[in-house]
Write a protein that binds this ligand. Structure first.
Ligand code: ADP
Ligand code: MG
Length: 699
């Protein structure tokens, strides 16, 4: 098949050779396909090049093209620096200065070189300079490659530069490649998709992304390649989804007696519309004969637990057992308590299985699970240990699913007879990310909070307002309500001059001598932690000083005030999660963000966002914008794929289109056996499927 040449090594290309190919390999470029997909980071448009005489200090970044007229390494007090002078019009000159990487920059740039330099002009001596500008060498002889209107500039790396690999080198080898073998390129998308969406032809796009003839052509090429990348990614999800729908699941009809009784006589409130809708989606899944794989997404306090409880009843009514797994002991205990309250009137006994369950307590639970007499077990990952055998596991509920590893989740979904799986998360995920991450599982969303909730007022304050805040806290406590004070660190760090939770606790105790103030932090033993939490839950203590251990899921409706110290040090999603501990009852709540006078621009924007909205979805979209999609979940969420050209935030509408097209295609041709799809199938298998499946297993 002609596509196979894309897998050929770059080593044999004109202008590469063994030494350069090993430098390329270190940048992940092994094959011709890798090289063609090594997309330019930027383009130099000669019509928008600035002249040195027109520059002003402090303006936005600009590009200048000039010739190097002097170079010098200048020794300094601590470090030497490298300076060059460039000239565009006769006598019009400016400097470029490097303080880092002096060795290789000075080796790469010589007198007489023609450069494109990109940076922010600043005042320097009597004139202007760029410090650490991006630069690219252009051919002095005006060869055809570098004189087009739009020139591609490639991402570099220290290693590439050490082996003399510049943007110009990339232009050269890619040009030669396309000239010699461009004929062999193929359209990689199905013709129907290209036509119906009016996409640029794949062969044209692969050339134009490197050598655009015009801005319009470049835009078309970019859109086309972004689409293609997202399309194949969605194809992987679509195919996996087709696979899921083939895994048989137990048929569990709804409206059994327990469920009915619960809804009519036990549940103390009416379900919200969103809860109802989520529940009917879950019920439909459980009755369909296919294994359920559903994520229930809802902000803290939106009422996911009740929905999970009702799902559990469907399974129990059908004669099955239920496992309910939470990431920490505190949360498992809390679920245990709140589910016990709900299930007691039904005569269903709950069992708690965590790392601190004693051997004597374990024994009857394990044997009950094995015989089937234990209907529901709540716990931590202790539940998925080898020794735990469950007779007829029908439903696995996994709370805060992102805090479990992929493997741990898989164990619970593969136990026994392929139980239905309900994942829950209180981290609202922007839609674009949800489509990417969870495209192969179903998602239910609870957006609306239960009625009667008072909105949380959020205010950022400074140190000088502290007395006023304490006065407010006294009133809160006097009225019988409770407060949280949250610190970012456990131990004082002299360097950062943080008031840590332990000394904060001492200080609060002396500020509130007649109030029971307690401390909980991550370094305490878990029995101590539980005891402190229990006293706060019961109202014995009025103020809880803590680190972020209270972050997820803790439910004390009577707590209506939260003071977050050093708020500028927390991430936005984390602040939002913390704030979700209050505003859970019928009283109005207040969240105070104590912040430093000196803040970065980004932290100011985070705190402003906190003040302006309590909508978790808005917050998470904002957070993703601030941090970039890759950092959104931190390293733990390593399932997030990285794209070469598409951007999850800005290319959302392309993602939507790609998803629609991919899912439609797999519906029409699930195994890609139609002849008009054979070329695409081959390409997909070669360059996406094998790599991708490793990347993207999530739910
Ligand atoms: P989540 O797990 O989504 O953070 P919970 O399930 O813990 O939220 O619910 C938060 C609180 O709201 C609980 O005290 C619960 O009893 C209450 N609640 C849930 N659904 C409703 C409803 N429909 N009406 C009134 N209160 C509700
Ligand atoms: Mg919860």
């Amino acid at each position: 098949m002609s596509l196979d040449f894309l897998q050929d090594s770059v080593q044999y290309l004109k202008g590469v050779g063994p030494q350069r190919s090993s430098a390329l390999a270190q940048s992940g470029i092994h094959t011709i396909h890798d090289l063609l997909s090594y997309y330019p980071r930027r383009y130099l448009d000669r019509t928008s090049v600035s002249r040195i005489r027109d520059l002003t200090a402090g303006s936005d970044p600009v590009t200048v093209i000039g010739t190097v007229v002097s170079t010098a390494i200048i020794p300094g007090k601590r470090n030497k620096r490298f300076e060059i002078t460039i000239e565009d019009d006769p006598g019009r000159r400016m400097k470029c200065v490097w303080f880092q990487g002096v060795a290789w920059v000075s080796r790469s740039l010589e007198l007489g070189h023609k450069l494109a330099v990109h940076g922010k002009p600043a005042k320097y001596g009597g004139g202007l300079s760029f410090s650490h500008p991006e630069f690219d060498r252009l051919d002095e002889d005006g060869s055809k490659l570098d004189t087009g209107r739009i020139i591609a500039l490639y991402p570099g790396s220290a290693l590439l530069e050490q082996s003399g690999f510049t943007s110009r080198s990339f232009r050269k080898i890619i040009y030669a490649l396309i000239k010699e073998r461009g004929e062999e390129l193929r359209e990689t998308l199905p013709a129907s998709v290209v036509e119906s969406l009016g996409l640029m032809d794949g062969r044209v796009a692969r050339r134009a992304i490197h050598f655009p003839k015009s801005q319009e052509e470049l835009d078309g090429a970019r859109d086309r390649l972004k689409f293609e990348e997202l399309f194949f990614f969605q194809m992987m999800l679509a195919i996996k989804r087709v696979g899921h729908t083939k895994i048989p699941g137990v048929v569990m009809p709804s409206n059994g007696t327990l469920e009915q009784h619960f809804l009519e006589h036990v549940l103390p409130f009416r379900l919200t519309n969103d809860q109802q809708k989520s529940l009917s989606e879950i019920r439909a899944d459980m009755a369909r004969g296919v294994q359920m794989n559903r994520l229930l997404q809802g902000d803290v306090g939106s009422g996911k637990t009740v929905v999970a409880a009702l799902s559990a009843l469907v399974a129990i009514d059908a004669g099955y057992q239920v496992a309910f797994m939470a990431p920490t002991e505190i949360l498992a205990e809390q679920h245990f308590r709140s589910l016990s309250v709900l299930f007691k009137p039904l005569g269903i006994e709950l069992n708690l299985l965590t790392g601190s369950t004693t051997a004597a307590q374990r024994k009857p639970i394990l044997s009950g699970l094995k015989t089937g007499s234990v209907k529901i077990v709540v716990g931590t990952h202790a539940i998925i240990q080898d020794k735990v055998e469950i007779h007829r596991l029908g439903l696995s509920v996994i709370d805060e699913q992102h805090r479990f590893g992929v493997l741990q989740r898989a164990v619970l979904s593969e136990k026994g007879d392929r139980p239905h799986v309900l994942l829950m998360t209180a981290t609202p995920i922007p839609r674009s990310l949800a489509l990417t991450l969870y495209g192969d599982i179903d998602v239910s969303v609870i957006r609306e909070l239960p009625p009667g909730r008072q909105p949380i007022k959020t205010k950022m304050v400074r140190e000088k307002e502290r007395e006023g805040i304490y006065k407010r806290m006294r009133e809160v406590v006097a009225s019988g309500q409770q407060c949280y004070i949250v610190f970012p660190l456990v131990e004082e760090s002299e360097k950062l001059d943080l008031r840590d939770a332990i000394s904060g606790h001492e200080q609060i105790k002396s500020t509130f001598p007649n109030v029971r103030v307690e401390l909980v932090h991550g370094r305490m033993k878990s029995v101590e932690k539980e005891a402190v939490m229990a006293r706060f839950v019961s109202g014995e203590s009025a103020i809880l000083v803590s680190t972020t251990v209270i972050e997820v899921g803790v439910d004390v409706p009577n707590a209506t005030f939260m003071l977050i110290e050093h708020a500028e040090r927390f991430g936005l999603s984390q602040l939002h999660q913390l704030r979700g501990r209050i505003g859970r009852g019928k009283h109005a709540s207040t969240c105070i963000l104590m912040a430093e006078y000196r803040q970065s621009e980004e932290s100011r924007r985070r705190l402003n966002a906190m003040e302006s909205t309590t909508d978790g979805f808005k917050i998470s979209e904002f957070d993703m914008e601030l941090r970039g999609a890759g950092d959104f979940f931190g390293t733990r969420q390593s399932g997030l794929p990285t794209f070469r050209i598409a951007n999850l935030i800005t290319d959302f509408h392309i993602l939507d289109q790609a998803r629609g097209a991919a899912f439609k295609l797999t519906e029409q041709d699930p195994n890609l056996t139609k002849p008009e799809h054979s070329e695409m199938k081959h390409y997909f298998q070669l360059f996406f499927e094998r790599k991708g499946l490793r990347l993207s297993r999530i739910g």
